[in-house]
Ligand binder design. Structure first.
Ligand SMILES: NC(=O)c1ccc[n+]([C@@H]2O[C@H](COP(=O)([O-])OP(=O)(O)OC[C@H]3O[C@@H](n4cnc5c(N)ncnc54)[C@H](OP(=O)(O)O)[C@@H]3O)[C@@H](O)[C@H]2O)c1
Length: 446
């Protein structure tokens, strides 16, 4: 019994009858991910004794029927029919919050376990769904919802479970990483985005990726898994990569780094998390800088084990389906004792980030005194300038330069930037990025 008032371990010592294998799997949604899941279940004969695809649910299902699936599979566009067949597991690969939320709720309430790829649903409703699953001696697993085929949730929950986690930081959005790594090689943002769309990495409307919302939902899930705390998605600050310009890569290189969309959550105090999603300056020698293309990378840090890094395909039907089928196999392995269920997620609060160094890029209409005015505002708020960089060859009415500052509080920086913003010399709004520390600071305890 926990402080959430949810009894999740009431049967801790009593064994729930093991479901007979193969687990009967109903698949909701026969799109990119759903079809890839079905492919694995159908093609991998060695899974037959453990998992059986029994139903596929999709709207207007007639047009979805695939000749390569066995005749025994039932095709339906009625969710009632899915429930009536009492599947052991429901795979949710529909996406979006509604009506997926209702379907997952009803599936768990019926005693079926759920495997979902849906980060939006889980970021919004994980605590409630985990508790609901526990009440019905069922499971909800969502490895596919974070970093696609990279088994980061299982790593945190199982392989690294002996550690006391302090930080999770990663590259959780392949589209942004693809764009930023092409920009490192000199391409413009527009050209890199077009390439990402042509290759199917980016949607026609790329906002959710480039503005950080996709990564933020995944970070909320990682925070839940690592710290057992659920924070409101909207409370996690998310910055867009849209203002990043080719010139920032030149400055970043001069500073020994490059730019990546980073998602980071750290434990400040029990129940209080510091979180950030957005472009950041990372050291050129870091794993983050070396992570190129659409790959995802997640580094988990614990008090005892130090930093452990995972990387791989963060999206795409097949890698995502691998994560789903791996979750299904985990369910098939489980003896369904309630004491192996998830611990609940308690509410968590996002608090101000730790003091950090920042990269500030200004684009100004040049006139004397601009740098003095900026450094005066910074000094007023006790912020020390680390370096000032200015590349030659830009027009005076659109002159970019960079000021890096030593570690400072975010509130102090914001106050200084408010003053600087009010000046009339800006040709573009200033760009502010945190400078991530190198990776050598995360040595394990001795
Ligand atoms: N694609 C990836 O790389 C990836 C990676 C990680 C996680 N995910 C997650 O996986 C989930 C599925 O993504 P996806 O890329 O497979 O999407 P998708 O290709 O659009 O597939 C969704 C499927 O669900 C069906 N569907 C949607 N709304 C429905 C409704 N109201 N009733 C019945 N059927 C409905 C769609 O039918 P129609 O054909 O009629 O639209 C489609 O077949 C999402 O949560 C996504 O975030 C995807």
């Amino acid at each position: 019994v926990t402080t959430t008032g949810i009894e999740w371990n009431v049967h801790a010592n009593s064994a729930i009858p093991t479901r007979r294998l193969p687990l009967r799997v109903a698949l909701l949604g026969f799109g990119t991910v759903g079809q890839a899941v079905a492919r694995i279940l159908v093609e991998r004969g060695d899974l037959a004794g453990r998992l059986e695809l029994t139903q596929v649910f999709n709207r207007n299902v007639g047009r979805k029927r695939a000749a390569w699936t066995p005749d025994s599979v039932g095709w339906t566009d009625s969710f009632e029919e899915v429930l009536a067949a009492a599947p052991d597991v429901v795979v949710e690969a529909v996406g979006g919050i509604d009506p997926a939320h209702e379907w997952v709720t009803r599936a768990l309430s019926s005693g079926a376990s759920v495997v979902t790829a849906n980060k939006l649903l889980m970021a919004a409703h994980a605590p409630e769904l985990i508790a609901l699953a526990a009440r019905h001696a069922a499971h909800i697993r969502f490895e596919a919802a974070v970093a696609g085929g990279v088994p980061i949730i299982d790593a945190i929950r199982s392989g690294l479970a002996g550690d006391d986690f302090t930080r999770v930081v990663g590259i959780l959005n392949g589209t942004c990483n693809f764009i930023l790594s092409r920009m490192t090689d000199g391409e413009t943002m527009a050209a890199a985005l077009e390439q990402a769309q042509r290759r199917g990495y980016a949607e026609a409307d790329p906002s959710s990726d480039v503005d950080g919302h996709d990564a933020r939902a995944k970070l909320v899930l990682l925070a839940g898994v690592a710290f057992r705390r659920h924070v409101r998605t909207a409370d996690v600050p998310a910055g867009s990569i849209r203002p990043i310009d080719a010139i920032d890569f030149r400055y970043a290189r001069r500073l020994g780094g490059t730019i990546r969309q980073i998602s980071m959550v750290e434990l400040a105090r029990e129940g209080e998390l510091q979180a950030f999603v957005g472009p950041a300056l990372v050291a050129e020698a870091s794993n983050f800088a070396r992570n190129a293309g659409a790959q995802n990378l997640v580094m988990v840090t614990g008090r005892y084990g130090g930093a452990t890094t995972f990387s791989g395909e963060g999206a795409g039907g097949h890698p995502t389906a691998v994560a789903i089928v791996s979750d299904l196999l985990a369910l098939a392995r489980q003896d369904r004792r309630v004491d192996s269920l998830d611990a609940p997620w308690l509410p968590g609060t996002i608090v101000a980030p730790p003091a950090r160094p920042y990269y500030l890029r200004f684009v100004v209409r040049d006139r004397p005194g601009i740098l003095a005015s900026i450094t005066a505002s910074l000094a007023q708020h006790d912020i020390n300038v680390d370096a000032v960089l200015q590349e030659p060859g830009f027009p005076k009415d659109h002159l970019p330069f960079v000021v890096t500052v030593e570690a400072c509080e975010h509130t102090a920086l914001n106050a200084a930037l408010d003053e600087i913003d009010a000046e009339n010399f800006h040709a573009e709004p200033p760009l502010v990025m945190p400078v991530l520390p190198g990776e050598d600071h995360v040595a394990p305890m001795h």
